[in-house]
Design a protein around this ligand. Structure first.
Ligand code: ADE
Length: 267
């Protein structure tokens, strides 16, 4: 996977991406990172790349020409014509499934905006994907680009060690991850759930699956609508609904659960 980033802050991208697991993957040659400083393509010669918005209003707009020149120079040096991802709160919300799809590409170009955005005309010319990382507004596209590159990198074969990739089930299968515990067995009076100390793999797996179902119900119930349940899952969810487990379930959670199970029974 070759990442190319059009940005006003290349050092921010490089510092972030050359750290930890993505840094290791770059060193190993599984990922490559190439940043292009849009400021180097200023048309005024003094490094200026922004101007006032037509129609008035607060802030500055990044001009079309420096962005276009940076892009053209970049693609003149690569064989393919990669997808261009523009990071913006006006885009589609980034999800695990999108990370999996983008990971199939050979090259990806990320375009990071600043100020009040980029002149629409150049976006129309070059952008293939408009992506938001969530419903909040950041000061620029660099952090969102790094979020995407990190999530995509995890899906590139070889980037995670076997051990690391075994721990990545959240959102795969639409369920949140179960809780994890490590030594000591008693930490400040809080004990590790006994089933995890039992050595009974079947019971451990069942307990973890139930915890995933419970967590998803509590924190992100809407995800359960897209999850698949086997017989044992349904048995646990019914037990929760009938309040036959030790878990406390709120009236809202019960309400959601009864609707979910009714829909599933019909299907
Ligand atoms: N730029 C500013 N805020 C953003 C967000 N939430 N997602 C993607 N790009 C952004």
């Amino acid at each position: 996977m070759n990442y190319h980033v059009l940005t006003l802050f290349p050092e921010m991208i490089e510092d972030g991406m050359n750290t930890s697991i993505t840094g290791r993957a770059i060193t190993k040659g599984l990922l490559s990172l190439h940043t292009v400083n849009i400021r180097d393509y200023s048309v005024t010669g003094n490094g200026r790349i922004d101007d006032y918005p037509y129609g008035g209003g607060a802030g500055m707009v990044m001009q079309a020409e420096p962005v276009m020149r940076a892009y053209e120079d970049l693609i003149s040096r690569i064989v393919s014509k990669p997808r261009v991802i523009y990071l913006t709160p006006q885009g589609q919300v980034f999800r695990q499934q999108m990370a999996e799809e983008f990971a199939k590409e050979e090259d990806l170009i990320f375009l990071c905006g600043h100020y009040e955005g980029i002149d629409e005309r150049v976006l129309e010319e070059i952008v293939t994907d408009y992506v938001s990382i969530g419903d909040y507004v950041l000061t620029g596209g660099e952090l969102p680009a790094m979020v995407m590159m990190d999530a995509i990198a995890r899906m590139v074969p070889g980037v995670l060690s076997n051990q690391e990739s075994g721990q990545t089930e959240s959102f795969q299968g639409n369920l949140l991850e179960y809780p994890q515990y490590s030594r000591p067995e008693d930490w400040r009076g809080k004990k590790v759930p006994p089933v995890l100390m039992s050595g009974h793999h079947g019971n451990v797996d069942r307990w973890r699956r139930n915890q995933s179902l419970l967590r998803t119900l509590r924190v992100r119930p809407e995800l359960l609508m897209g999850a698949e349940f086997d017989k044992a899952d349904r048995k646990y969810l019914h037990a929760l609904l009938r309040q036959e487990t030790e878990e406390t379930v709120t009236p809202e959670e019960l309400n959601f659960l009864s609707k979910l199970l009714a829909i599933r029974e019909k299907a």
